[in-house]
Design a protein around this ligand. Structure first.
Ligand code: ADP
Ligand code: MG
Length: 307
């Protein structure tokens, strides 16, 4: 079975011994679920991150996706979140082995990713339609993490600060303050996808554009707008102007106060940058977005005073 080396390195880097064991058992596990669920394997998806995603077909030739993750809370939470969406706005969960981290999902064909589209106006419109389609109340029958739980990584980063850290401590403190401030109204809290960016929004000829791969976290709906705003930006000719365009279009369309949107954006993008530092991956571009969000926020505040 084809398990790319970079994928194996990523899994071992993240899950250590547990990851090694999971990788060693993966071919057997795939064969087991193929047999149990009557599936023919058509091959793995090439752009893998922390899950092994395979294209499969059932005995009637119906296409599905088999997704296997290292079994843990995040994996179970993803399954429960996909179930809560119930096929509306998000690809449907067909079967699952909750304890083993295995999901059989409806396949979105052709599965064009939102990142394949070039017209930014169209991209923002599709993103907003998808965002609207997956608004749900907080689940009552199960516990999910809240954005404030995620923000613990900022506290950890600040605690390890030694004066020459990548992100200034004042910036970290401000990000944390904005996250807490915008989590103060529990009546606004809802279920968030948690990772709604271009590669997690796919096109199905039959069903239109749908989300995949939710994290499942609770909080103010504005936090669910940030992964998209900072994604596929730096390769564009004028990223700061594009970021501003996204902020303006989104706040206009959703009637969201720009100060709230920008505060949540500073908070969450700084948190993402800290996660990237923790994972020893590229953090600079994400932090640059946080800095731009903060500049836009300050411009807004000055305009509000002078008007
Ligand atoms: N239901 C699906 N239909 C079609 N393609 C899918 C589906 N689920 C995942 N994929 C493809 O596999 C890629 C990785 O899957 P994803 O669930 O996003 O895993 P990861 O957690 O690794 O990001 C997606 O970007 C998409 O291209
Ligand atoms: Mg994904």
């Amino acid at each position: 079975m084809d398990i790319p080396v970079e994928f194996q390195q990523k899994i071992i880097g993240c899950f250590r011994e547990e990851g090694e064991k999971w990788l060693a058992a993966l071919p057997e596990k795939v064969a087991h679920y193929a047999k149990q669920w009557g599936l023919t394997i058509q091959g793995p998806f090439t752009n893998l991150s922390y899950n092994y995603v395979l294209f499969v077909e059932d005995t009637q030739g119906q296409p599905f996706v088999l997704k296997l993750g290292v079994p843990n809370f995040d994996c179970r939470n993803e399954m429960d979140t996909v179930r809560q969406y119930d096929g509306k706005g998000c690809a449907r969960l067909v079967k699952a082995d909750r304890e083993e981290g295995v999901m059989l999902l409806e396949r979105l064909s052709p599965g064009t990713m939102l990142s394949d589209l070039l017209d930014e106006e169209e991209v923002v419109r599709i993103f907003l339609d998808t965002w609207k389609a997956i608004r749900r109340e907080l689940p009552t029958e199960r516990q999910i993490p809240m954005i404030t739980d995620w923000a613990g990584s900022l506290t950890t980063y600040a605690a390890q600060a030694n004066g020459n850290q990548e992100i200034p401590i004042e910036f970290i403190n401000r990000a944390q303050e904005y996250i807490y401030k915008n989590m103060e109204e529990p009546e606004r809290h809802e279920l968030l996808h948690g990772d709604l960016h271009h590669e997690n929004i796919l096109y199905s000829e039959e069903r239109g554009w749908l989300a995949i791969d939710p994290k499942g976290v609770g909080g103010d709906p504005c936090f669910d707008l940030v992964s998209f705003m900072i994604n596929h930006l730096m390769e564009k000719p004028d990223p700061r102007t594009l970021l501003e365009y996204r902020v303006n279009r989104i706040s206009e369309e959703l009637h969201i106060d720009q100060i709230r949107l920008l505060e949540t954006a500073v908070g969450l993008s700084t948190l993402y940058a800290c996660w990237a530092i923790e994972d020893q991956s590229d953090w600079q571009d994400t932090y640059q977005c946080a800095v731009w969000f903060n500049e836009l926020l300050e411009e807004k505040r000055i305009n509000a005073i002078t008007l």
